[in-house]
Design a protein around this ligand. Structure first.
Ligand code: SAM
Ligand code: SF4
Length: 325
């Protein structure tokens, strides 16, 4: 699949639910209204869509949400999608808050998942409870342990926030390093209405990098994953630090992905409303109509997002949990 700007699209981020058992302040409001379950694609529909996309050249699928591991029966879906690894898919992975890993990590590995991203913004239990509005820190730590024991490679994702966790980011890098895990830092993006002041919490990662360099030797690395992180080798730990800078340094020229929401709405970009609705097309069973809709999406895929935290309105009204983070 090639988009209207000549970019090869071979990566899908697939949201399996907009629900979550946490309420991270930068991601959600406390009283979110979630989609009725009947609006979600069924596992059969997701599998059929994924198979079709792999047939069109998709090589990586990342399950996300909301929290992907809270969808009922999710391990069944992972197993089904894992079978695509034998017919063209190179990687099946997921992004999770980690709270359900203690009971799922082994099955994820058995289904063909080898690498996961776990989101953890702080190592302080109380801070975690304030940030996520839920007291689940111990479960996340337990989940990370279970995932490591199951053989999954882990990258920790943390949103860098001024006045919230900026003081502990070097410690977080050291903690990850001691456990052989890479760390990716993300700039908060203006997606959806939330209670926090995004402008006040905005922290350019160039500033974080300078602070990190007081303690670690960071060597620019050629390492790439399918995402937009730019990596540095951390000499002291032998692991990597990734920086994802949607605000301070635009990376859209290399965009290789589209995002499928749990309802079958496909978005060309996290920061725009351009979309096509696939659910009814999938339900009607027309492969040609599916291709037509996908081609329409690819042709109109925006060149770039235009996030600006200084604007008082969010870039799009959708929360990240809806599009699939
Ligand atoms: N619940 C899972 C998790 O937290 O890993 C998967 C979905 S979550 C939306 C995916 C990632 O998006 C997480 O790492 C989270 O920190 C990040 N995220 C959520 N809202 C964000 C925002 N407004 N700006 C930047 N990152 C955000
Ligand atoms: Fe849930 Fe992930 Fe959003 Fe936090 S970032 S509220 S864990 S979906």
């Amino acid at each position: 699949m090639i988009d209207g700007h000549g970019r090869k699209i071979d990566y899908i981020r697939l949201s399996v639910t907009d629900r979550c058992n946490l309420r991270c302040t930068y991601c959600m409001a406390e009283d979110m209204t979630f989609l009725p379950r009947r609006d979600l694609l069924t596992f059969e529909e997701i599998e059929a869509l994924a198979r079709h996309l792999v047939g069109r050249g998709v090589r990586r699928i990342r399950l996300t949400g909301g929290e992907p591991l809270v969808r009922k029966g999710i391990l069944d879906l992972v197993e089904r999608l894992g079978r695509l690894l034998e017919s063209g898919l190179d990687e099946l992975t997921l992004t999770t808050n980690g709270t359900r890993l203690p009971e799922t990590a082994q099955t994820l590995y058995a289904s063909g998942v080898r690498r996961i991203n776990v989101s953890l913004d702080t190592l302080d239990r109380e801070r975690f409870a304030a940030l996520t509005r839920r007291d689940e820190f111990d479960r996340v730590i337990e989940g990370i342990g279970a995932a490591r024991a199951a053989g999954l490679a882990i990258r920790i994702n943390a949103v860098a926030m001024r006045g919230v966790n900026d003081d502990e980011l070097p410690n977080l890098l050291a903690w990850c390093g001691e456990r052989g895990m890479d760390l990716a830092l993300i700039e908060g993006m203006p997606l959806g209405e939330v209670a926090i002041d995004r402008h006040a919490e905005h922290l350019p990662l160039s500033e974080v990098r300078e602070r990190m360099e007081e303690r670690f030797s960071l060597v620019p690395s050629l390492h790439r994953t399918s995402g937009p992180a730019r990596y540095y080798d951390v000499e002291e730990t032998g692991t990597r630090l990734g920086l994802i800078t949607p605000l301070s340094h635009n990376f859209c020229a290399g965009c290789n992905r589209i995002r499928i929401a749990a309802t079958g709405t496909v978005y060309g970009c996290l920061g725009h409303d351009q979309k096509v609705e696939l659910r009814d097309i999938i339900r009607a069973g027309g492969e040609a109509a599916l291709d037509e809709a996908l081609d329409l999406l690819l042709a109109g895929k925006p060149l770039r997002h235009d996030f600006d935290v200084a604007r008082s309105e969010p870039a799009v009204v959708r929360h990240m949990s809806v599009t699939g983070g």
